[in-house]
Design a protein around this ligand. Structure first.
Ligand code: 5GP
Length: 122
C-alpha cells in the first residue's frame, strides 16, 4: 500500500491540523487521541512516511526504530501509567480495523484494562 500524504496524521505532522501534543523529538510525535477509549489514551507516531507496522518494520532505519520504541517508553513514563500498568497496541491493516494509514501505537492506561481485547459483537 502506497503512503497517502494527505492522511490525517501526515497533516498533523505538517501542522495543518492541531493536536494535543505530549512529546516530540527527532523521530516521533505523541499526542492525545481525539476520541479517548480510556482515561489515558495517547498515540505515538513516527515522523517518517510509514503506513503501518509492516511497512515500518521492513523499511525504517535502525535510528527510527530505536527512537520510536524509546519514545513509547518515555511517553508512558511521562503519562504516569508505568506503576499501575498500561497497554500499547498498533492496529495493522483491515482485519485489525486500522483507520489511519500512518503507523501509530496507542497507549492505553489510567484504569484496569481487563485481560485482553474484547471480540466485536457478531
Ligand atoms: P486506528 O483504528 O487506526 O488504530 O486508530 C486511529 C485513532 O486515531 C482512533 O483512536 C481515532 O480516535 C484517532 N484519531 C482520528 N483522527 C484523529 C485526529 O484528527 N486527531 C487525533 N488526535 N486523533 C485522531
Amino acid at each position: 500500500m502506497a503512503y497517502d500524504k494527505d492522511n490525517i496524521f501526515a497533516r498533523i505532522l505538517r501542522g495543518e491540523i492541531p493536536c494535543n501534543k505530549v512529546h516530540e523529538d527527532e523521530h516521533t510525535l505523541a499526542f492525545h487521541d481525539i476520541n479517548p477509549q480510556t482515561p489515558v489514551h495517547v498515540l505515538v507516531i513516527p515522523k517518517g512516511d510509514y503506513v503501518s507496522m509492516d511497512d515500518f518494520s521492513a523499511n525504517a532505519s535502525e535510528a527510527e526504530i530505536a527512537g520510536f520504541v524509546r519514545a513509547i517508553g518515555l511517553v508512558a513514563r511521562q503519562l504516569g501509567v508505568v506503576e499501575n500498568g498500561y497497554r500499547f497496541l498498533a492496529n495493522n491493516g483491515a482485519d485489525a480495523h486500522q483507520e489511519v494509514p500512518h503507523l501509530h501505537v496507542h497507549i492505553f492506561g489510567g484504569k484496569n484494562l481487563g485481560r485482553m481485547i474484547k471480540p466485536p459483537e457478531k
